[in-house]
Design a protein around this ligand. Structure first.
Ligand code: HEC
Ligand code: HEC
Length: 327
């Protein structure tokens, strides 16, 4: 009897050891998956720089996350002289992560001045920093790998190279165990680059691309307490954003086409006003929502984005109102 028990226990022990080894190999030996930075070279002509500026400021809104911003002002404008200098998002309550978006100005010490174009491209679409560190997926590289073609990434880099160097080290993102372990499996090398963005003449395709590339889902999808997306509730709202300085919170609106709880009953003008002037349908100022960046989208692109919102299937989800204390 004892012998059998011993054998069973030894078997269980070996199985546990094997399991732990498998986990270590998967997350610490094989991850983050990365390849040497590709050899790429960004153009330097004015047209490419302008296309890049449009994407960086008004579509992907990279600078909203990568600059020091003034969150007391609706639309979160960039603090003067801090464009691209990085941003400390602070601690997230009840989530063991402190997120800091790196300096993407051309400073050679604290920014990306000393990075090759290929290293910047790899960070944007593959989620790997210059030093090989895997990036926290608040940086939307999992989206960009699907939406940004080689041409668009190079235009973006062409523009980033023109940002004035600003010396500022926002520090590194820190993530506690065990989330830190699972995150190591998120970055991966790009296999096939995305095709170029749809042209504005294909309105719906262009709108869907804008909706993705502008990261609307990252704030407007419904999540549970662990900040995990809830299946079947894309764009149905409810994510809560505390506002620094104990000034209350904004809650992302349900922007599906549900008439009662979403934006289905909004006119195009209501939606345009949110994107252009940062006003909710009820006239309130919108906080956290990066409308001051989207505002610069062309009218054609805003119309395409609105058309794409219209075709999002209705999901009934009542979202409590934001409660921002204006001081
Ligand atoms: C929603 C916010 C957000 C947006 C939008 C965003 N980023 Fe990031 N980005 C981050 C965060 C946060 C990090 C740091 C992640 C980490 O350190 O783990 C980061 C990291 C990076 C890095 C690596 C920096 C380093 O020092 O390792 C580069 C380069 C970068 N982003 C460029 C861009 C570009 C270009 C765009 C637009 C096309 C963009 N980002 C859009 C949040 C964002
Ligand atoms: C960084 C997070 C964030 C991103 C990215 C974001 N939003 Fe928002 N959005 C919010 C929050 C939060 C609110 C509610 C603000 C408030 O009540 O003060 C909001 C409000 C809105 C409203 C106002 C609806 C109303 O009347 O209440 C619309 C429309 C909207 N967002 C559409 C979009 C679209 C379209 C995109 C992508 C192009 C987008 N948002 C990207 C956070 C975000």
């Amino acid at each position: 009897m004892k012998k059998i028990l011993k054998r069973v226990l030894a078997g269980v022990g070996a199985a546990i050891l094997l399991f732990i080894t498998a986990i270590i190999v998967k997350f610490y030996v094989l991850s983050p998956k990365s390849r040497p930075a590709p050899v790429m070279s960004a153009p330097t002509n004015a047209e490419a720089i302008e296309r890049g500026r449009y994407l960086v400021h008004h579509v992907a809104a990279c600078v909203g996350c990568h600059s020091q911003i003034d969150d007391k002002v609706p639309g979160e404008p960039v603090v003067e002289g801090k464009l691209g200098a990085g941003r400390d998002f602070g601690e997230i309550p009840s989530y063991p992560v402190h997120i800091r978006a790196g300096n993407i100005s051309s400073d050679s010490e604290t920014g990306i001045g000393g990075w090759t174009d290929g290293e910047v491209a790899r960070a944007i679409r593959e989620g790997v920093s210059k030093d090989g560190r895997g990036l926290f997926p608040q940086m939307p590289y999992t989206t960009y790998r699907e939406t940004l073609s080689d041409g668009e990434v190079l235009d973006i880099i062409a523009y980033l190279r023109t940002l004035k160097p600003v010396k500022n080290d926002p520090g590194k993102t820190s993530v506690n165990f065990p989330i830190s372990m699972f995150l190591r499996a998120v970055p991966k090398p790009l296999e096939v680059a995305a095709p170029p963005a749809p042209s504005p003449s294909d309105k719906l395709a262009r709108g869907r691309w804008l909706l993705k590339t502008a990261s609307c889902n990252d704030c407007h999808d419904s999540v549970n307490e662990k900040m995990q997306k809830i299946e079947g509730k894309a764009l149905a709202g409810g994510m809560k954003f505390p506002i620094a300085g104990d000034r209350g919170y904004a809650i992302a609106t349900n922007i599906t086409s549900d008439r009662a709880t979403g934006v289905g009953a909004y006119s195009d003008e209501d939606l345009r006003r949110a994107l252009e002037e940062g006003k909710g349908k009820d006239g309130r100022d919108l906080y956290v929502m990066p409308w001051s960046y989207y505002k610069g989208m062309t009218k054609e692109d805003k119309d395409a984005l609105i058309a794409a919102l219209r075709e999002v299937a209705p999901i009934a989800n009542v979202v409590p109102p934001s409660a921002v204390k204006v001081k």
